[in-house]
Design a protein around this ligand. Structure first.
Ligand code: ATP
Ligand code: MG
Length: 444
């Protein structure tokens, strides 16, 4: 097996070895190279102690020195060089609480989570694959290094990492590994929200977001996302639907772009359906109010996940408006844009289209052509620069004050009224016309 190392990595390894140490590329970069995927970063593992690493290289940073990691700058790029180690308990995903350095590569590889992540390579000694990681890559299997339940007891996050890697790589989880997860799933409660979220985001933005079903089947969502379990357990008896809420949601997730905001919005758009569900006397299910309640629930969930506010706001907006279906006239779409915010429109249209594909094919063509029409009108409005927000008005708050309105909430109300007029008829977004209007109003 030959792996083409970047020149900088070759250089780092060569320098370390020339001083009598061992050094290898290790982990994700070896796995990705074997799979024919370009690694997004290259990690180096070495027998040299952190102090020794720092002596050998001119430019280093103490990124995680207490865990043995030194960042080395080489040819304008950064590389993490970590001393062979044996880990204690993990506290944050990358950094175990206490570590013991070792001079043995095999000890270092043994502490790693999965066979596919536990290979090392350098040009001199080739691939070091003590746990048949290459075979598992060939057969597409996620398997723990060593005894699964033991490894999950050391660090419960590994259970979620197993599903995350299976989603990113399209691999299956080996049977014993799955069994161990089912048994130990409740222990995921010991793991911090930040670590869980980081894995879940990588999972849902992967080519296989449908593996959220595996997270559920293995009993993991029950621990940190019980709302998901409710969704998986809520049938929808309605002509527009052919899946329960959970499977519908998965179909929608698969059809939006693999990007954090869109996948989160898809994942959460129907989160309130289980709570809102009412079955009518004919046996048909209805979910009145689920977008509004859903936006509130989505906010709580994403706060719990410790996501950033910008992401939370964006996702909540998409959840809140995902079910709106204005008759596609230019005026109605200006209104929609004003409610939703211009910037959210492309995401909203994308979500709505995916939502249609996740429903039964009843009236599907009609729903899709309606969305095409909405998108066309949206583009026209943007290209004509039509006013849909107070910022786009030909007058500002200053003009309203000048006309004699008292400072305070009144100013906002006047601007809102003007915006309403202008959204109804863009031709009145004319400075003189609007000033005249304000002056008229100020006299009443
Ligand atoms: P990615 O391409 O997603 O970065 P990766 O394999 O590099 O994949 P990281 O989370 O960056 O994954 O971890 C780097 C390496 O460190 C892994 O390949 C694995 O060998 C080891 N590792 C990381 N987290 C753990 C853990 N919780 N338990 C055991 N080993 C781990
Ligand atoms: Mg990595």
């Amino acid at each position: 097996m030959h792996i083409v190392l970047p020149d900088a990595v070759k250089k780092i390894i060569k320098l370390l070895e020339s001083k009598g140490h061992e050094a290898y590329a290790v982990g994700g970069c070896v796995r990705d190279s074997i799979m024919g995927v370009t690694p997004h970063d290259w990690d180096v593992t070495t027998s040299a102690l952190p102090g020794e690493v720092k002596e050998i290289f001119d430019h280093t940073f103490d990124t995680g020195i207490e865990h043995g990691t030194v960042t080395v700058r080489m040819y304008g790029e950064s590389f993490e060089v970590t001393t062979y180690r044996v880990d204690g308990d993990y506290e944050d995903g990358r950094h175990p609480k206490e570590v013991t350095f070792t001079r043995s590569l095999s000890e270092d590889l043994k502490r790693r989570d999965f066979t596919i992540n536990a290979m090392a390579y350098n040009d001199e000694r080739g691939l070091i694959d003590l746990f048949d990681g290459a075979v598992d890559i060939e057969s597409g299997i996620i398997r723990c290094v060593g005894e699964a339940s033991e490894r999950f007891s050391e660090d419960a996050l590994r259970m979620l990492r197993a599903v995350r890697f299976s989603a990113q790589l399209g691999f299956d989880i080996e049977e014993d590994t799955k069994k161990a997860i089912k048994e130990l799933a409740p222990t995921l409660s010991k793991i911090s929200a930040e670590r869980i979220t980081s894995e879940i985001i990588r999972l849902i933005t992967s080519p296989h977001p449908e593996r959220m079903e595996t997270v559920y089947d293995l009993g993991l969502t029950a621990v940190f996302f019980p709302e998901w379990d409710e969704m998986m357990n809520t049938p929808q008896n309605h002509i527009h639907h052919c899946y329960d809420v959970g499977h519908h949601t998965i179909e929608v997730m698969k059809r939006v772009s693999p990007e954090k905001t869109m996948r989160l919005a898809a994942m959460l758009h129907d989160v309130a359906k289980p709570i809102c569900k009412k079955t009518d006397p004919k046996g048909e299910d209805h979910f009145v109010g689920h977008p509004q309640l859903g936006a509130d629930m989505a906010r709580d969930i994403m706060r719990r996940f410790k996501l950033d506010n910008a992401t939370i706001d964006q996702v909540c907006c998409l959840v809140r408006h995902h079910d709106e279906r204005p008759i596609p006239t230019r005026r109605n779409i200006r209104r929609l844009m004003s409610r939703v915010g211009k910037d959210h429109m492309p995401g909203l249209i994308e979500l709505k289209r995916a939502d249609v594909y996740g429903q039964s094919d009843y009236k599907r063509e009609d729903k899709l052509s309606e969305l095409d029409e909405i998108e066309k009108l949206y583009r026209e409005i943007i290209s004509h620069d039509e006013c849909v927000t107070i910022k786009d008005l030909a007058v500002s708050g200053k003009d309203v004050i000048k006309a004699g309105f008292p400072r305070g909430p009144m100013i906002g109300r006047v601007l809102k009224e003007l915006l309403n007029m202008v959204i109804d008829d863009p031709s009145v977004n004319d400075r003189d016309l609007l000033l005249k209007k304000i002056n008229e109003w100020s006299k009443n």
